[in-house]
Design a protein around this ligand. Structure first.
Ligand code: FAD
Length: 426
């Protein structure tokens, strides 16, 4: 007998979960619920190539992948409420709407070719099912639920007309705006602000980047490397104003608290993100935390049979005991693999070092590991004021992270060493 699985959020983490479940032999019904009307697309491209081409890049390998996944896609459907199975075993039929019985009979016998280990112990084996209520009526009932609803752009208060960048619709508006803008002010010099600054410069726009930090990006990269990245902006003609804040945005200009005035026809805000959790956590205290659905290192929430992955998940680190929400491409895929292993009872994937990349001014910036754990920095190739460099972040001479600007070969060699070191201790 196999359970049914509903995955809420049909983007990178959700699709990766469906892929990993099938790759690990999960034979049961999978439903992917997504509020965007589009099939999954590459979100990172939205702040890079898309701003030049206006063409999204599909996340699906090709058209046949949807067939191979054998999943039901409910696109353009927003989940608005979640009722865990144990709370509603006796009321499923009563409140579920038109889609409610989509998975009735899920506990059919399946061939021995497919294996869902430990199914007798599985929380859904008692017949209780989780219910996801959809906006506009209807619901999806499933034995196992994967929460993969990502994050949304954090808004700047009282700034009508400002642009944000999180999804394809935002990117399409930004793409159009950049063609009609001479002067762009970007509030927030994080990775999205920096990438849009680079793309806008390449399109001939006059760009000012404004950030409250003295050295933007130093939290993620450390001060020396972040300073080197800040210098990239200056070399490409972007004005970077740091350690300052917005006082007001008036037509034609952004006013800063230190008295500076930045002429701007348009404003983009890139000040981070907030996890999309309220739809499920507001009625379920076990899914509530200040920053993401709380899960253990295997992606399990405190509700049996309910997992959370990707940008919406706040994951426990088994070594440090801390929790963090990682908003990077590779983390979403790794977490999807982890929960698929857990659900199917197959071998867990090896633990790998956190990794992300960024593209700015035609250059590839890559970081793997945890720079915050380091006590020292060693430049092993190039120089920080060069167009290319590679640095190791070290704790007592042992590398804990590596960062490179435009040196993917050397970076990859050291990243693999970090991965091997992690695999050896876990
Ligand atoms: P998302 O991709 O946000 O997907 C969540 C999905 O769930 C969305 O489709 C959302 O609309 C949907 N959803 C939300 N609420 C509901 C609901 N209630 N019901 C149904 N559906 C819902 N990472 C890197 O490592 N390198 C990069 O260069 C990089 N560039 C980026 C550039 C941009 C512009 C952005 C926005 C992100 C970038 N990232 C990058 C981060 C990376 O894209 C994310 O980590 C990744 O998309 C996370 O995947 P996810 O599926 O968890 O979340």
């Amino acid at each position: 007998m196999t359970p049914s699985i509903a995955i809420v959020g049909a983007s990178l983490a959700g699709l990766s979960a469906a892929r990993a479940l099938r790759a690990r032999g999960f034979p049961g019904p999978i439903t992917l619920i997504g509020d965007e009307p589009h099939l999954p697309y590459e979100r990172p491209a939205l702040s890079k190539q898309f701003l030049h081409t206006g063409e999204p890049i599909s996340l699906l390998e090709d058209h046949s992948e949807t067939t191979a996944l054998d999943a039901e896609w409910l696109l353009g459907h927003r989940a608005i409420d979640f009722t865990p199975g144990s709370a509603r075993t006796d009321t499923v039929g009563a409140t579920a709407g038109s889609l409610a019985d989509r998975h009735a009979g899920t506990w059919s016998t399946t061939s021995g070719a497919h294996r869902v280990d430990r199914r007798d112990e599985h929380p859904a084996a008692d017949g209780s099912r989780h219910v996801i209520t959809l906006e506009g009526g209807g619901a999806v009932v499933a034995d196992i639920v994967v929460l993969a609803t990502g994050a949304r752009a954090r808004r700047f208060p009282d700034l009508p007309g400002a642009h944000y960048l999180r999804n394809l619709d935002d990117a399409a508006r930004l793409h159009e705006m950049l063609r009609h803008t001479r002067k762009l002010a970007i509030i927030g010099a994080g990775f999205i602000g920096a990438e849009v600054a680079a793309a806008a410069r390449e399109l001939g726009v006059d760009v000012t980047l404004i950030d409250a930090a003295a050295v933007p990006g130093s939290g993620a990269l450390g001060e020396s490397v972040a300073s080197a990245c800040a210098a990239l902006h200056a070399r490409h003609g972007v004005r970077l104003l740091t350690a300052t804040r917005i006082e007001a945005v008036l037509p034609g200009a952004v006013h800063l608290v230190d008295g500076q005035r930045v002429a701007a026809d348009a404003v983009l805000v890139g000040i981070g993100s907030l996890p999309n959790t309220e739809w499920a956590s507001s009625a379920n205290p076990l899914l509530h935390s200040p920053n993401g659905f709380p899960v253990d290192h295997l992606g399990r929430t405190a509700i049996p049979g309910v997992y959370a992955i990707g940008d919406c998940a706040r994951v426990a680190d088994p070594v440090t005991g801390g929790h963090s929400r990682t908003e990077h491409w590779h983390a979403a895929i790794a977490q999807a693999n982890t929960i698929a292993a857990e659900i199917t009872g197959t071998a867990p994937p090896p633990r790998t070092a956190p990794y992300f990349w960024s593209h700015q001014y035609g250059k590839l910036l890559q970081l793997a590991g945890d720079p915050s754990a380091a006590t020292g920095l060693r430049v092993i190739d190039g120089a920080l004021d060069d167009e290319s460099f590679t640095v190791l972040y070290e704790l007592d001479d042992i590398p804990v992270a590596v960062c490179a600007l435009d040196n993917p070969r050397l970076f990859t060699r050291h990243r693999k060493q970090l991965d091997r070191a992690l695999a050896a201790v876990h």
